[in-house]
Ligand binder design. Structure first.
Ligand code: CA
Ligand code: CA
Length: 283
C-alpha cells in the first residue's frame, strides 16, 4: 500500500512539470511566413522567415530588445523598417488572409505605420496607427488603429478605413490581428475585415464592395514599420514589434485566442525550406 502511494505521488510530481512547461504553439495551418525577430534569426540585415522562404531585409538600424517572445525589434521612428518581400504570389491571393503581430508603443505624436504595401499608391493595403486627432485622418478620432485596404475601379483608389478607440499606447505589449475575409465575385465581391486586439474582437462591419469596384491584389513588397514607395519611406513606426505572422486564410476566433496565448513556435517541421541561403549567410 505504501509503495502504491509512493508511486502515485511520484507519478503526480513527474507529471506536473510537463504540464506547466507545455506552452501552446502557434497555429501553422495556412501559415505563409513567420518572422520572430529573435537574435538567433537575424544575420546582418536579414531577418529569417522561420516557416516560409521569405527572409526579410532590415533597413535603418532597429535595435534588438526584449520581446514578448525572445527578442523583438525596437524602431526609433526615424528610418527603421523591414521589407517582408512580396511573399511570392501572396499579393494575388490577398482576399483571404490574416496579419498578426505584437506591438508595444507610447508614441502619441503622429500617424505611424504598422504595415503597408505600395506606399500611397493604388492598390494599397495597410494598417496605420494614430494616437491623436489630425485633420487629414481618414477617420479623425483619437487613439485609432486605422485598418484599410483599397478598392479600385481602375482609375481611383478607395480606401476602406476602419477603426475605433484602441488602448494600445500604454507601453505594454498588445497582440494585433487583422483579418481580410473577402469573396471576390463578378459583382466585385463582399466580405468582412475583422480586427482583434489581445484576442478580443473590435466592433466591425461587413463591407459590401460595390459593382465595378473590384478588390485588387498587390504585387509590391510588404513593408513593416513604414510606408514606402520607390526610394522614399515615410510614417515610421516608433516602438517595438515582435512575432509577425501572415496566413493565407482568416484565422478563427479560437485560433486567435490560441496564438495570443502561444509563447513557443511550433514542433511540426516547416514545409521544405531553402536552408542553403540561410546557411550561406551564416558563413
Ligand atoms: Ca521574438
Ligand atoms: Ca534608426
Amino acid at each position: 500500500m505504501k509503495n502504491t502511494l509512493f508511486i502515485l505521488i511520484l507519478t503526480i510530481l513527474l507529471t506536473i512539470p510537463s504540464i506547466t512547461l507545455t506552452s501552446a504553439e502557434v497555429i501553422t495551418d495556412g501559415l505563409v511566413s513567420y518572422w520572430t525577430f529573435d537574435k538567433i534569426d537575424i544575420i546582418n540585415d536579414t531577418a529569417k522567415d522561420v516557416w516560409g522562404e521569405n527572409n526579410a531585409t532590415i533597413h535603418g538600424d532597429p535595435n534588438t530588445a526584449t520581446g514578448i517572445v525572445g527578442e523583438a525589434f525596437k524602431f526609433d521612428g526615424k528610418n527603421d523598417y523591414v521589407d517582408l518581400t512580396t511573399l511570392g504570389d501572396f499579393g494575388e491571393q490577398l482576399g483571404k488572409s490574416t496579419f498578426e503581430a505584437w506591438i508595444r508603443t507610447t508614441n502619441t505624436t503622429d500617424w505611424m505605420t504598422l504595415i503597408n504595401t505600395n506606399g500611397h499608391l493604388c492598390p494599397n493595403w495597410g494598417i496605420q496607427i494614430n494616437a491623436r486627432k489630425t485633420k487629414d485622418a481618414l477617420v479623425p478620432a483619437e487613439r485609432m488603429l486605422s485598418f484599410n485596404h483599397s478598392l479600385t475601379d481602375g482609375k481611383q483608389c478607395f480606401p476602406i478605413a476602419l477603426g475605433d478607440y484602441s488602448p494600445v499606447f500604454d507601453g505594454k505589449w498588445h497582440h494585433i490581428v487583422y483579418i481580410l475575409d473577402f469573396e471576390i465575385d463578378d459583382a466585385g465581391g463582399r466580405g468582412q475585415e475583422r480586427v482583434y486586439i489581445n484576442s478580443i474582437r473590435r466592433p466591425r462591419s461587413t463591407t459590401n464592395v460595390q459593382e465595378g469596384f473590384g478588390f485588387f491584389p498587390f504585387t509590391a513588397p510588404i513593408i513593416l514599420g513604414a510606408r514606402k514607395l520607390d526610394d522614399t519611406a515615410v510614417s515610421f513606426f516608433k516602438g517595438y514589434i515582435d512575432e509577425v505572422r501572415i496566413y493565407d486564410r482568416p484565422l478563427t476566433e479560437n485560433q486567435i485566442i490560441k496564438n495570443y496565448a502561444a509563447r513557443t513556435q511550433f514542433s511540426v517541421h516547416p514545409k521544405q525550406k531553402l536552408t542553403t541561403f540561410w546557411g550561406s549567410l551564416k558563413q
